[in-house]
Design a protein around this ligand. Structure first.
Ligand SMILES: *[C@@H]1O[C@H](CO)[C@@H](O)[C@H](O)[C@H]1NC(C)=O
Ligand SMILES: *[C@@H]1O[C@H](CO)[C@@H](O)[C@H](O)[C@H]1NC(C)=O
Ligand SMILES: *[C@@H]1O[C@H](CO)[C@@H](O)[C@H](O)[C@H]1NC(C)=O
Length: 324
């Protein structure tokens, strides 16, 4: 008994990467896992067990607002077998975004958050920006309100910067994150924050060399399997081995520009890596646009989201892994 206790203690305090057995995410909801936290490189639940979030990201809020509601989230949970949804708050596009319509865009994201809470799944709120350091004032305002309104729910996960283009981690991207983290933490001391890394969230190595001092922070990796291959998998592996907690907040089975075809071989290599390290992953996207990365076929409506006959080739591969 004494030996056993000692053993358990070693597991808890060390940085050891414990295996997580991948499961059907539909049966791993918030009511089962509750408050999330980061222990070493691992995402753990409120019982101290490893947990893996698997699910679906929405298309940009300005371009597919009709998917931002309860009907879609119900489909994502029940038919895409997800325990996480990622609304994508468009910030600054040629067709508008949060900078020009803060109220309208905020309402869209809130609708998805409310639906996720109703459906007992996690929700990752993405500030979809490539130059967020130029919109810090707006970002602080948004995350202050968001964390005040929803910070008490264990469902909420913050993603303050989708894909920094900048390679300047220590002098540009990291200070931005630190400012947003400070704002969020004033209202919400513990929910997970997933921070974007340089060059479209691919350069985990730069973050690993100079990590942020804080609790419950993970670093985002984005990959599109047909474009990003072994070199990016090696960067990911090395960063985790160096102690960086990683969260795949956006991935595609196709090319980086969202075009097809699906690269099954490379996608399976990525799934292997993500399972090996128990990483959480969120696919892009719940969209019926006629392009390779869409999980749905053209013309799919919210009430048909993730119904088998409406899944694209990519959608079928993704749902298969959310289930397994
Ligand atoms: C969600 O939006 C779709 C498309 O506009 C609509 O058909 C559906 O009724 C909406 N669901 C809810 C719960 O409002
Ligand atoms: C940045 O990302 C692009 C697109 O994935 C890639 O081609 C390029 O090599 C990366 N550059 C650096 C400096 O990491
Ligand atoms: C990290 O933050 C904690 C709490 O604010 C502080 O006590 C500690 O000195 C910081 N560590 C470093 C290396 O800056």
């Amino acid at each position: 008994m004494k030996f056993l206790l000692l053993f358990v203690n070693i597991l808890v305090v060390s940085n050891w990467i414990c295996p997580v057995i991948s499961k059907d995410a539909l049966y791993e909801p918030v009511s089962k896992h509750g408050q999330l936290s980061v222990d070493g490189v691992n995402l753990i639940d409120e019982h101290g067990e490893r947990v893996q979030l698997k699910g679906m990201g929405l298309f940009w809020s300005v371009w597919m607002p009709y998917f931002y509601n309860q009907t879609t989230v119900d489909g994502i949970k029940n038919y895409c077998h997800s325990n996480i949804v990622r609304p994508m708050l468009a910030i600054d596009t040629k067709d508008g975004g949060y900078l020009t319509d803060p109220e309208g865009e905020t309402a869209l994201i809130d609708a998805v958050i409310d639906a996720a809470i109703e459906d007992d799944i996690y929700v990752l709120v993405d500030w979809q920006d490539f130059e967020a350091e130029n919109h810090l004032e707006q970002s602080l305002k948004y995350f202050d309100r968001l964390s005040k309104k929803y910070g008490s729910y264990p469902n909420i996960i913050y993603e303050p910067y989708n894909e920094p283009i900048s390679l300047e981690w220590s002098t540009v991207v990291k200070p931005y994150h630190e400012a947003v983290i400070k704002t969020i933490r004033a209202n919400d001391p513990d929910n997970l924050i997933v921070v974007g890394t340089p060059n479209y969230s691919q350069r985990l190595d730069l973050a690993a060399a100079d990590p942020i001092n804080g609790t419950n922070i993970m670093y985002s990796l984005h990959f599109y399997a047909a474009s990003h291959r072994q070199e990016e998998r090696d960067i990911t592996k090395n960063a985790i081995e160096a102690g960086l907690p990683v969260f795949v907040s956006e991935y595609g089975t196709v090319n980086y520009d969202a075009s097809g075809p699906v690269d099954v071989t490379e996608s399976l290599l990525w799934y292997d890596l993500m399972e090996e390290y128990g990483l959480s992953y969120v696919n892009y996207a719940i969209s019926d646009k006629d392009e390779g990365t869409s999980a749905l076929i053209p013309g799919t409506t919210p009430d048909k989201v993730c119904r088998e006959e409406y899944l694209s080739e990519s959608g079928r591969l993704v749902v298969e892994h959310n289930k397994a």
